[in-house]
Design a binder for this molecule. Structure first.
Ligand SMILES: [Zn+2]
Length: 396
């Protein structure tokens, strides 16, 4: 269960009085990393520290380091208290203050914090790699094919950037994905991407439905990575509806239930307003599913109206920090709430009557004058007559 990385001692030779040897880091996934080094100092050491850098989360941990009389230094980093993102790089170096007043900092070393609870198999095509542990070679080949189809589909929306590796890790069940400790409370999720690291994690149980899940989930996570590479670190500023909406556009085999859930919510006036889907999605499974369905439909509507260039321009404004409502104004000259209304009308057929009324209002005034007033007059006559004969007639 432990990965060990040994570093060549020559890397660690310094011009000062400290030489580091047998540098290694090993870990138990989700439990701890143990950093070990042999410290040989020609000048006595006053103080020693280890600096652990978690770049994925922008965290640096500076900890005092104890060195035993024989020069061995061991530091245990608790991964229960300091949760790391799966497959992220962990960097570290050693710092020493010597008795003669000089200071020494070692080279920075790194290890990739892989989910080594499983024996991963890998298949790759260029920088695109699929990794799985449950399933045969055909399973892996099918996954790689789905990934390539996904890239083909993404390529119709935006230029691909495969200059850095992209890794898809396929978990056989949701318990195993939950075991990465990356999901927080959203344990209904069947996939997760860490776009900055070029990593997507998906649940695909081997079996009859594996092909459908592959074509749905792998392209989805790849889209998160490609869009990140397109817009850069400002990706985190993109509204959740746009991040997930574009990802669902990439799905070769989209979830067939999105349409049903959307129509049902539309008919029952239970749609979640888009402005509530800017920061994040609801944690509860049913509402989250509706959030995905809405995001997919709305982004598809934007794509149909403004094309891929429009979507990318919108993503660019959001990445630059323009807020959720104003992003569409900058890109398309229309506020988010107006676009939302147009989308509901054209895709869901909502408020179609309201729209027709707006367009027809000059004529309606005429209609009122010509038809409505005599009609009211006629109705009141009927009412008077009705009351005379059967009081129940107009109550039903
Ligand atoms: Zn997603």
């Amino acid at each position: 269960m432990a990965a060990v990385v040994l570093f060549n001692a020559s890397q660690a030779r310094a011009q000062s009085g400290v030489v580091l040897e047998n540098i290694e880091a090993s870990y138990r996934y989700g439990e701890q990393i143990t950093f070990i080094a042999q410290v040989n100092a020609s000048i006595p050491i006053q103080q020693a520290s280890i600096v652990i850098i978690d770049e994925a989360q922008g965290l640096t941990h500076l900890q005092p380091l104890e060195i035993s009389p024989d020069g061995r230094a061991e530091y245990r980093f608790d991964l229960r208290q300091n949760r790391l993102r799966p497959f992220s790089l962990v960097k570290w170096n050693y710092q020493f203050a010597l008795m003669d007043g000089t200071a020494f900092q070692s080279t920075t070393y790194f290890i990739r914090y892989e989910d080594n609870r499983f024996a991963w198999q890998r298949l790759e095509a260029g920088t695109l790699r699929v990794n799985w542990y449950n399933g045969d070679a055909n399973f892996g080949q099918a996954a790689l094919n789905a990934a390539q189809s996904g890239l083909g589909s993404i390529g119709t929306l935006m230029p691909l950037d495969l200059s850095q590796p992209v890794d898809i890790f396929i978990y056989a069940n949701s318990d195993d994905l939950r075991g990465t400790l990356v999901l927080g409370g959203e344990d209904w999720l069947a996939g997760h991407a860490d776009p900055a690291m070029g990593v997507g994690m998906v649940v695909i149980p081997p079996g009859a439905e594996q092909g459908i899940f592959m074509e749905q989930r792998i392209p989805h996570e790849l889209m998160h990575v490609m869009l990140y590479r397109r817009v850069g670190a400002g990706y985190e500023n993109l509204p959740a509806w746009l991040r997930e909406g574009t990802a669902t556009l990439a799905e070769i085999y989209p979830n067939a239930d999105y349409g049903l859930v959307l129509a049902d919510a539309g008919a029952n006036d239970r749609l979640i307003p888009l402005k509530e889907l800017c920061d994040s999605f609801p944690p509860e499974a049913g509402q989250a599913f509706l959030a995905y369905a809405e995001s997919q439909s709305f982004t598809n509507y934007l794509h149909g109206t403004y094309g891929s260039a429009g979507l990318l321009s919108l993503a660019g404004y959001y990445a630059d920090g323009v807020d959720c409502e104003r992003g569409t104004e900058r890109a398309f000259g229309v506020s988010l709430s107006s676009l939302e209304l147009n989308w509901r009308e054209s895709v869901l057929g909502q408020r179609a009557i309201g729209s027709a009324l707006r367009n027809l209002s000059p004529y309606l005034i005429l209609l009122c004058l010509v038809l409505f007033i005599p009609l009211v007059g006629g109705l009141s006559m009927l009412r008077r007559r009705g009351r005379g004969h059967d009081p129940e007639t107009f109550v039903r």
